[in-house]
Design a protein around this ligand. Structure first.
Ligand code: ADP
Ligand code: MG
Length: 280
């Protein structure tokens, strides 16, 4: 069986800086793969080459057997690569349901300018998605009345509206309280497993990474220095040395181990570790 996403020899330089060098990895359908590394390691550059925001200098990005490297973002999105944004990107004055309906309209190839007449379009589908993320009862409230954690959840519903096969999440839980982070990642994990969506995510919180990732890649100065299960990454001497001198990774990994079921309840895990490993 071939992987959903196959990345080979991916490279990008900015001036003299080799931001990403020869990055190779595979991602399977239904898998949650975390990409971690210090600030400036090249994580965003990798993401942006996969979503089409940046054209790679070299390398290949194959999604479901099709080369997508260098194609424009809109086309890559159409081919099934969804993304969530680090900064909330909902329309505050529209209701929760309308925000999801907008995304559905877009997915179904309709134009935003028909919106005033289209307010009833895809409403049932939007409500279904909101039910899936646990926000059905907030459907008719303006997004502006929602707490930040709920807005991030609406964004997950918006991303799912496009029926992605691959979901790129750049710090999906940035700015959220530890409890909320684990709840959002648990929800993400459940939904993508149900739908067979592959997820590539970055995350500063090692607690979140070790609790929810199936596999972890470690990037340092543009190069992958390790990839493997959370257990293998925790035990990797080079990772500890190069990236996590502080030992915080080890504590987070142990906390993840204690929690036992990676997919299961994570309530109360916030006590196990500090805030961000690298800071925003
Ligand atoms: P991360 O997301 O892991 O923090 P980035 O991918 O943002 O890392 O950055 C990797 C390296 O590339 C850094 O040295 C950064 O300064 C550089 N870089 C990223 N984007 C640009 C850009 N548009 N122009 C110039 N340099 C950039
Ligand atoms: Mg970044």
């Amino acid at each position: 069986m071939s992987a959903l996403l196959q990345v080979r020899g991916l490279r990008k330089a900015f001036g003299g800086v080799q931001a990403v060098q020869d990055v190779d990895f595979d991602l399977a359908a239904g898998e949650l793969l975390a990409m971690i590394g210090p600030n400036g390691a090249g994580k965003s550059t990798c993401f942006n080459m996969i979503n089409g925001q940046l054209v790679p200098d070299a390398g290949s990005v194959v999604l479901a057997g099709r080369e997508i490297a260098g194609r424009p973002p809109r086309e890559i999105w159409r081919l099934g690569v969804g993304r969530t944004f680090q900064v909330a990107a909902t329309y505050a004055s529209m209701t929760v349901a309308e925000n999801v309906q907008m995304a559905l309209l877009s997915h179904h190839g309709k134009l935003f300018r028909i919106w005033p007449r289209a307010a009833s379009l895809h409403r049932d589908e939007a409500l279904e998605l909101l039910a899936a993320v646990g926000l059905r009862d907030r459907a008719d409230e303006p997004c502006s009345t929602l707490a930040y954690g709920d807005i991030k959840t609406v964004e997950l519903a918006i991303a799912l509206a496009n029926q992605p096969t691959l979901l790129l999440m750049d710090e999906p839980t940035a700015g959220m309280a530890p409890q909320e982070r684990n709840a959002l990642m648990q929800l993400t994990r459940r939904l993508v497993k149900e739908r067979g969506i592959g997820v590539l995510f970055t995350e500063h919180s090692m607690d979140v990474v070790f609790a929810h990732a199936d596999r972890i890649m470690v990037l340092a100065r543009g190069a992958l220095i390790a990839q493997g299960t959370p257990e293998a990454i925790r035990d990797d001497a080079q990772v500890r040395e190069v990236y996590f001198g502080s030992g915080r990774l080890v504590r987070a990994a142990r906390a993840g181990e204690r929690s036992g079921d990676r997919a299961g309840g994570q309530a109360g895990r916030s006590a196990a570790g500090g805030p961000a490993a690298g800071g925003p």
